[in-house]
Design a protein around this ligand. Sequence first.
Ligand code: ZN
Length: 240
Amino acid sequence: MLFSGAIVGGLLGLVVSGTGAEAPVAKGPPLIVLDPGHGGKDLGAVRRGKVYEKDLALAFTRKVRERLEKGGIATRVTRDADEYVPLDERIHDSIRWGGSMFVSLHINQDRNKKAQGIEVYAFGKHRARRYRKWRNRLPYLPAPPRAASSVSRELADHLVRSLKTDGFRADPPERAGFYVLKNPKIPSVLIELGYLSNAEEAERLSDAAYQDKLAGAIAESLREYVARGGDVEADQQAKK
Ligand SMILES: [Zn+2]
């Protein structure tokens, strides 16, 4: 069994049983694992040959991390330099560290130059075209346990609600089969912070003041979720 029933009621009382090779995840204070997309030879989205998704994802991750740590929440990052870290290694690390949630940060791109806005994904059925090319090189991961994906979806919903409240343009929460959303032990979400293919948004995403604002809003939303104990019922009550 990967998840105790308790996970549904309270994400951060995360109880996960070890699988032998893995150290069992300890109960304790929440640990948010931040995952800056891409890195090293994997550039991610590129704008005009000089603005790389991998760099922006790292810049945002550092800012979200700083805000969380200031708020007293422990974090780990899957990379803190421009280096290539395979997706399965990122998942493995997050479990080994005893993470209580996994938050992957990416920058979007689309052929439609007008596409814009923030998108938050949790595991679910959706065509994940851009990730297809990775699939064969990575160890197979089945769909995550239901309890984990249900918490992931709650977290995604919460993030979208609070980002919208803060005045950001965020789409309704989405589902996808991205590899990092298949973390078998830790609720996981992926945030596309905006479109590098959209001229206006690309400019904003590279702007330090905007990075601070958005990173601050994400950190605050995560902090709020943690403070609430990831309580799904409380979350649903808040919706009413
Ligand atoms: Zn990406």
